[in-house]
Design a protein around this ligand. Structure first.
Ligand code: PXP
Length: 254
């Protein structure tokens, strides 16, 4: 009998930093939020050091790296500057994402297929330093093939389009987007990639995704930080973990 892998929650704390930066002071502290998240059951912490430092800053990454007792996943663009920072910080993992200055959040997946030659050296350098490398991609076979070709160990499937369709109540689009995620999760496992997922998830969509046996990690930020305004971070994270457990209980081993 195949044993089903448990599913992990990586809590993305970027928007705690967004709130702090709105006033320019130190409150709320992203490290404190990360520590609450860990105490509430988060398996890892994710932070995106963007080129424009609009939320997480270099000093936040240093403090997270220095104090966290769970894996730190650094989201980053595959630029020379960010690769150098990652090689110095040595987080447990990096997730390579596309970045455009004018976007509000990471809008699409990384076009690994179109940028193989640029991405491969970054993946090699990070991997050689013992850092797990994930590629944040749209759920498309061509991107899975490219992720394998550049030597990535992990793909994070972009769930944004599906979550948008669910939120809009567009059942046809939601079913079609979810079908792409299911196929990509299977395809990734068949290619030997570890499968993560994230973007736009709330408890309902996280429960649904957690039922896919190939998916072993979800990275969730905005909903958790936003809902914490009403319910506190601890209660919000526990609610998310409960939803993920409910979903996992429905998963059937492949
Ligand atoms: N995964 C990746 C690669 C992301 O860029 C983001 C957004 O920063 C997330 C997950 C989390 O998305 P959300 O904040 O919508 O939960």
């Amino acid at each position: 009998m195949t044993v089903l892998s448990p599913i992990r929650l990586g809590v993305n704390i970027d928007h705690v930093a967004t709130l702090r930066n709105a006033r320019g002071g130190r409150h709320p502290d992203p490290l404190r939020a990360a520590q609450v998240a860990v105490a509430s059951g988060a398996d890892g912490i994710t932070a995106h050091l963007r080129e424009d430092r609009r939320h997480i800053r270099d000093a936040d990454m240093e403090r997270l790296r220095g104090h966290l007792t769970v894996p730190l996943n650094m989201e980053m663009a595959a630029t020379r500057e960010m690769v150098e920072i990652a090689l110095r910080l040595k987080p447990h993992a990096t997730c390579l994402v596309p970045e455009r200055r004018e976007e509000r959040t990471t809008e699409g997946g990384l076009d690994v297929a179109g940028q193989r030659d640029e991405l491969a050296p970054a993946v090699r350098a990070l991997g050689a330093a013992g850092i797990r490398v994930s590629m944040f991609i749209a759920p498309e076979p061509i991107q899975l093939d490219a992720a394998v070709a550049v030597g990535a160990a992990v793909v994070e499937l972009h769930t944004g389009a599906w979550c948008d369709a669910v939120a809009a109540g567009d059942r046809v689009a939601a079913a079609s987007e979810f079908g792409r995620i299911v196929q990509a999760a299977r395809g990734a496992r068949e290619r030997g990639l570890e499968v993560h997922a994230g973007h736009g998830l709330d408890p309902l969509t996280a429960e649904t995704i957690a039922a896919l046996p190939e998916v072993v990690e979800l990275n969730i930020g905005h909903w958790l930080v936003a809902e914490a305004v009403f319910d506190g971070l601890d209660g919000t994270i526990r609610r998310m973990l409960a939803a993920m457990r409910r979903g996992r209980a429905k998963a059937v081993a492949p």
